[in-house]
Design a protein around this ligand. Structure first.
Ligand code: NAD
Length: 354
């Protein structure tokens, strides 16, 4: 057995249908008394409903979270935080809202509660990505990790089937790269395998019936595991490529992950046999290698399968390949510019991975 290091990240998770009812207890348990509720503009009503539920435990509401955590939005939110005298944040939403809570915690060290409503998994990681004047910086620090997370699958019922599918594939990508991470360990690999298993089974059921409570629960459970994997071990070529593609062409986050993943899995498969065996088990009944099955899963749930279809320009393929090899980073299979270019070209056209 290979030697390993395992380090548990300290966060409390309350999971289950109706667990929102326990939110007030969680606020008290954190030892805080006046939370600032955070949300995106479209989720303001949901956040208001939760604020009413919490009553005097709420100092105020800031419903201005947006994608990519721009620092000027964080500054505005910090102003509201000071005005209201809040002593903690409560993020209600997906990765964008959680990102804002993390950006506030990084600057103030105030405790964070998160109520996730997508499958992005940011709530389980000590990672913060922020943008200032269009430039993205990423940092990792314990202060960024939310203290408590309340997962109530009921809040995901409103996530449209299309967003559920891409968000779920985004989560699967965290687990896949965790399975072949250089610093992988047996516990994180167990979480990764079960995360993929839960999501691969739940996503088609959700697309068939977005109100399927059991599938919604399974998917959020899978998202939790996949987020924990992202927080625990290092990522590789897939996350690097998605970062480059998203940043260079302003492509949508979850959709980019959904398109690229099968191609990276096909590329890395020869160098990661144990990860492929775990994926094979996790993807359940089906024929073909894991890359093809992930491609089929994406098609089955109606996710995009071509970068061209989500807004990447054809003349961007070479630029993306240049950027993807500009700085060296670890990947289970060594690669050069030609290999990355071929991979991006295949993902651009939406070809089946090979
Ligand atoms: P998001 O938070 O931007 O949400 C997408 C849209 O869906 C928003 O308009 C939101 O209001 C809406 N929405 C969310 N939940 C909903 C629900 N239940 N019902 C109806 N509408 C809902 O998208 P995301 O994919 O959750 O997060 C993406 C962002 O998170 C990216 O910026 C990404 O970089 C970041 N992220 C960070 C980490 C990390 O560890 N730092 C991990 C994963 C993702």
């Amino acid at each position: 057995m290979d030697p390993f290091v395992y380090e548990a990240l300290p966060s409390r998770v309350v999971f289950g249908w109706g667990s929102l009812d326990r939110l007030a207890d969680e606020v008290d348990r954190l030892g805080v008394s006046r939370v600032l509720v955070l949300a995106t503009p479209p989720q303001r009503a949901e956040a208001e409903r939760i604020a009413v539920m919490l009553g005097p435990r709420v100092a105020g509401l800031f419903a201005g979270a947006v994608m990519h955590t721009p620092t000027d939005v964080t500054e505005t939110a910090l102003g509201v935080l000071r005005e209201t005298g809040a002593d903690a944040t409560l993020a209600v939403g997906g990765g964008s809202t959680t990102g804002l809570g993390k950006a506030i915690a990084w600057r103030t060290d105030l405790p964070q509660l998160v109520v996730p409503t997508t499958y992005a998994g940011s709530e389980m990681t000590p990672i913060l990505g922020e943008t200032e004047n269009g430039v993205k910086t990423t940092r990792r620090d314990r202060r960024i990790l939310p203290e408590a997370v309340v997962y109530d699958p009921a809040l995901t019922l409103s996530l449209p089937a299309g967003l559920s599918a891409t968000s779920g594939l985004n989560a699967i990508a965290h687990a896949v790269e965790g399975l072949y991470a250089r610093d992988r360990n047996p516990i994180v690999s167990l979480m990764a395998e079960d995360g993929v298993r839960a999501l691969a089974a739940a996503l088609p059921a959700i697309v068939r019936d977005p109100a399927d409570r059991e599938a919604r629960s399974r998917a959020l459970y899978g998202a939790w595991l996949c987020g924990a994997v992202l927080g625990a071990v290092g990522m590789a070529l897939h996350h690097k490529l998605c970062h480059v593609l998203g940043g260079s062409f302003d492509l949508p986050h979850a959709e980019t992950h959904a398109v690229v993943l099968p191609h990276v899995v096909a590329f890395n498969a020869p160098a990661a046999p144990e990860a492929m065996a775990a994926l094979d088990r996790a993807l359940g009944e089906g024929e073909g290698d894991p890359a093809l099955r992930l491609h089929r899963l994406a098609r089955a749930v109606g996710a995009p399968t071509a970068l061209e279809a989500i807004g990447m320009p054809a003349d961007g393929i070479d630029r993306a390949a240049d950027l993807a090899v500009a700085n060296p980073y670890w990947n289970p299979r060594p690669f050069d510019r030609d290999a990355v270019r071929a991979l991006i070209a295949a993902a651009f056209a939406g070809r089946a991975p090979s």
